[in-house]
Ligand binder design. Structure first.
Ligand SMILES: CC(C)(COP(=O)(O)OP(=O)(O)OC[C@H]1O[C@@H](n2cnc3c(N)ncnc32)[C@H](O)[C@@H]1OP(=O)(O)O)[C@@H](O)C(=O)NCCC(=O)NCCS
Length: 260
């Protein structure tokens, strides 16, 4: 847009260094306490270590998410596409105060959970994914990020929404989350209903969710060998999220059979 200048000016053109533009486009970050890293023993005995994703892991995560967003099954496509954009938003610093947690089993990427801070009080849950099914990995990942919000960041409210039946079943129903009136309140993911958890409700009821779902707690005193085993993240060779009908023990072989 152009308008005539209302005053004589010495320079008709003013140029910017892009580094001067960046502080405007990149929101000033809040001072978030980091997620300390925790492990959980899944119901089948496998140990999953939940840590923050490292920025340098983002390209590998993006490559894998490209494959996941092709999966026209259980809403992995839309969640995959949005998660792709969120990982990229975090990587390119175009997301306000994001946090990105990964669940790893002996270094293998098994779960994902992310969100962002609207402000000091409200934590916006973005997405949760189980990249390996049948271990309640998604249930645990979601719990971990809510724990992060309420117990570590001191948030007062948790805002979520659901794109999939499994997500709604796991947390909308699983945590008996109420929702705000709609369409007055809309979640940033497509304008869907905002389901919420308050700190009071968290303390009273939801904090026990992981015990009910996984029969265990998050363990923050993580042995060095577990940290070490999950220092380097690997993505699965294939997409493993289809229903496994006969066995849960051989996901790779069965997923390949389904592909064939
Ligand atoms: C929602 C989600 C994270 C839940 O993950 P989860 O807690 O690990 O649970 P799963 O979806 O793998 O499994 C749900 C149930 O069906 C069974 N199941 C579903 N698909 C299965 C599969 N392919 N293999 C084995 N079991 C399967 C599970 O055993 C589980 O039963 P349970 O309730 O007795 O534990 C996961 O379904 C997911 O990533 N979905 C796609 C992305 C998505 O929808 N995210 C949430 C957005 S709202």
């Amino acid at each position: 847009m152009r308008l005539p200048t209302p005053e004589k000016v010495s320079e008709q053109k003013i140029t910017f260094d892009v580094e001067e533009i960046e502080p405007i486009l990149q929101a000033p970050a809040m001072d978030l306490k980091p997620w300390p890293g925790a492990m959980v023993t899944l119901k089948d005995g496998r140990v999953m270590y939940i840590r923050e994703a490292k920025l340098e892991e983002a390209p590998m995560m993006l490559e894998y998410m490209k494959k996941v967003m092709e999966v026209d099954h259980d809403f992995y496509d839309i969640v995959g596409a949005r998660v792709y954009a969120e990982i990229l938003g975090w990587y390119r610093k175009r997301l306000k105060d994001p946090y990105t947690l990964v669940g790893l089993i002996d270094g293998l990427w098994a779960g994902f959970a992310n969100g962002r801070l609207l402000n000091e009080d409200i934590n916006i849950s973005l997405h949760t994914m189980a990249l390996i099914r049948g271990g309640r990995i998604g249930a645990v990942m979601y719990y971990a990020k809510a724990y992060y919000g309420f117990e570590i960041l001191g948030n007062k409210e948790w805002w979520a929404t659901y794109e999939s039946y499994n997500g709604w079943m796991r947390w909308g129903i699983g945590m008996a989350q109420p929702s705000y009136p709609w369409p007055e309140y809309q979640h940033e993911l497509g304008g869907a209903r905002v389901y919420y958890v308050t700190k009071k409700y968290w303390d009273k009821v939801v904090k026990d969710y992981i015990r009910q779902m996984a029969g265990t707690e998050l363990v923050f005193d993580v042995p060095d060998e577990v940290i070490k085993a999950n220092e380097v993240m690997r993505v699965p060779d294939e997409v493993l999220v289809y229903r496994i009908i006969h066995s849960r023990a051989e996901p790779v072989r069965l997923a390949l059979l389904i592909f064939a």
